[in-house]
Design a protein around this ligand. Structure first.
Ligand code: ATP
Ligand code: MG
Length: 599
């Protein structure tokens, strides 16, 4: 096993997290740093820790958010900076806007807009007000929007004029729970019939003195819809106490230091974009880059270089697209400030970790978590060596294990290393979700014997590193073997011509299921029979005939969720001619080559 030794890396600044075993051993959530301590006994509010806490400190004049809008063809970048002080003032004003509309504690405030200043002001102002924030991805069409607003019982929606006209005007009557729609545009007048109000007119009238709502750690704060990779998206409710996790994981897994220029590429419409694109960087007082546009390889390299990004949190799908764009493009840029890269959302194959090392000069630290867990659980960190292809080790305060299901419905923990089973987490961390909205049964089924069952299959090696095998729903049963899709996809993407691969189990009368692979090719390779045989041969050599795909289909693109994940269930449904199920989060064809990359 080749590892990337932590000692071999020039960290540039001393990492926050150096002693893995010692920190874990001495860790206790009850004595972990309390970022809400200044609020008074028992009180906790994410916005206090992210914004209020910085108002009189050294961060007040520091840039909190740097919005990158246009990018000229000559690479010049147009930015607009917002300091912690300014964000604080606008946030307090927005708290007063909500109060003037009689929106209070526990009321639901949804956002539906691009990554512009109003999004961040709305999120923080609503949290300060004790309202529950639910960010929606702005590219959703009318139907997924209406469904989520209805499931989430939205009271206030904040959106833009263009989105309102295009997607909401026609369905306004269906949105029965929505009391007000705040429209972010100078040219919109209040319209009582439609219940629309002008965001900035209300802001102009609002005072910037607003006491924070004294919520507690157990009060609901955020409602996130899952990515819909395996089925209909679920609404997961999170509490203000999650802020402790957002802070510590920023420290341990992202190595945030106050002087960092940090870029999380996820949209706040997904949990990664909220936990690590909005909350965690503000807690740490860093400067966050907010790119208002979608993925484009040249644009992204330009931003990394021109903004001097030091910590970068992105996703495998983006990394695969950068790899596909070729080394020549990357070679036109240098990244002297970059010192830490992390990735989440899907398995990161070993080759991608090495690509980071070769092309960006740094390995990529994969980490694992879910909408439900609210924060990073298992990660590659500066405190230990990286085993490329592994998702790392559980963070301090997190106990992870591998379990096997018994016939009576209970589970047993698998102690031996390298045995496949479901990843389970011992309950007790603060950012655990508290509810699947309107799905109590489903929520209850996630728990047994003090454990949360994640639905993902993994192996743990003898050094305590976790290796992703596949989602329980995607595992293929062939001739008595259980085949994890990631292992097969990993072997396929190791082939020099393969850009992306997804495998499914196809029913077979003899062996139960056979492995079928869908493969996209890197630029410059042509999809012919010779290449197909070569890729098949490569897979057989690495995996053996029992596990290697029996069939390979070259495709132009794979279906992804808008958060960047490959949707194997859709490939399977299409292959078998079955109904496609909930496709509200699937990228449309037009977006296929420039997806919004996130969790
Ligand atoms: P849904 O639950 O609606 O099907 P989803 O599970 O994709 O969607 P998210 O909560 O956004 O929704 O994603 C969490 C899942 O993403 C994890 O359960 C896991 O399957 C996958 N994942 C996240 N990070 C990693 C990683 N580092 N390696 C492998 N898989 C990962
Ligand atoms: Mg899930």
């Amino acid at each position: 096993m080749t590892v990337i030794h932590k000692a071999a890396k020039d960290w540039k600044v001393d990492p926050n997290f150096v002693d893995y075993e010692g920190t874990r051993r001495g860790f206790d959530w009850s004595s972990a740093p309390d970022v809400c301590a200044g609020m008074g006994p028992g009180a906790c509010n994410i916005a206090y820790a992210a914004v209020d806490r910085h108002q009189d400190g050294p961060a007040a004049s520091r840039t909190a958010l740097r919005f990158v809008s246009a990018l000229d063809t000559d690479g010049a970048v147009a930015t607009r900076d917002m300091s912690y002080g300014e964000l604080g003032r606008l946030t307090r004003q927005f708290t007063n806007v909500l109060r003037s509309l009689a929106i209070g504690r526990g009321d639901r405030v949804f956002t539906l807009m691009g990554r512009t200043p109003e999004l961040y002001i709305s999120i923080m102002g609503a949290l300060r007000n004790g309202s529950v924030v639910s960010p929606l991805f702005s590219a959703f069409g009318p139907e997924p929007i209406a469904t989520r607003l209805s499931i989430g019982e939205c009271d206030v929606l904040i959106t833009t004029k263009a989105i309102f006209r295009k997607k909401l005007a026609k369905i306004r009557d269906q949105l029965t729970s929505v009391r007000h729609i705040l429209v972010v545009d100078d040219t919109v007048d209040n319209d009582a019939a439609r219940g629309t109000l002008n965001f900035w007119h209300l802001m102009d009238k609002a005072d910037d003195n607003a006491p924070i709502e004294p919520t507690t750690a157990d009060d609901p704060a955020l409602l996130h819809f899952t990515s819909g990779t395996t089925g209909t998206p679920k609404g997961a409710l999170h509490v203000h106490g999650a802020v402790q996790m957002h802070y510590l994981t920023g420290l341990y897994a992202l190595d945030l230091h106050p002087e960092d220029i940090y870029w999380c590429t996820a949209d706040p419409g997904w949990v990664t974009g909220m936990s690590y694109g909005v909350i965690s960087p503000l807690l740490h007082g860093v400067t966050s880059i907010v790119d208002e546009a979608e993925f484009d390889a040249t644009r992204w390299y330009t931003i990394l270089q021109s903004q001097g990004v030091s910590v970068w949190y992105t996703a495998p799908t983006a990394i695969r697209m950068l790899i596909k764009a070729g080394p020549e493009l990357a070679a036109q840029f240098t990244f002297p400030h970059l010192r830490f890269i992390a990735s989440v959302g899907e398995p990161l194959n070993a080759e991608a970790v090495w690509w980071g090392q070769r092309v960006l000069g740094l390995p990529i630290h994969d980490n694992w978590w879910q909408t439900e867990t609210g924060g990073i659980m298992i990660a590659n960190t500066p405190a230990f060596d990286i085993k490329p292809g592994s998702m790392g080790r559980p963070l301090p305060g997190i106990d992870a294990c591998v379990v096997r299901h018994r016939d009576d419905g209970s589970v047993s923990v698998i102690d031996e290393p390298d045995v496949e089973g479901e990843l389970a987490l011992k309950l007790g961390w603060p950012s655990m979700f508290r509810e699947y909205l309107h799905q109590e049964d489903r929520y209850r089924k996630c728990f047994t014997d003090g454990l949360y069952l994640t639905g993902d299959l993994v192996k743990r090696d003898s050094d305590g590193y976790f290796w992703f095998v596949g989602r329980a729903d995607d595992v293929i049963k062939s001739a008595g073997h259980l085949i994890g899709p990631f292992e097969v996809e990993n072997a396929l993407t190791d082939h020099p011509a393969v850009a992306e691969a997804a495998v499914i189990g196809k029913p077979d009368p003899t062996v139960g299921e056979v492995v079928k692979a869908f493969v996209t090719l890197k630029d410059g390779f042509s999809a012919d029979d010779e290449l197909r045989l070569d890729v098949l041969g490569h897979a057989r050599k690495h995996l053996g005939a029992a596990v290697a795909p029996k069939e390979i289909e070259f495709v132009d693109s794979l279906p992804h969720t808008r958060s960047g994940k490959i949707m194997r269930r859709l490939l399977k449904a299409r292959e078998l001619g079955l109904p496609e199920g909930d496709i509200s989060t699937v990228e449309t064809m037009a977006e296929t080559h420039a997806p919004a990359v996130s969790s």
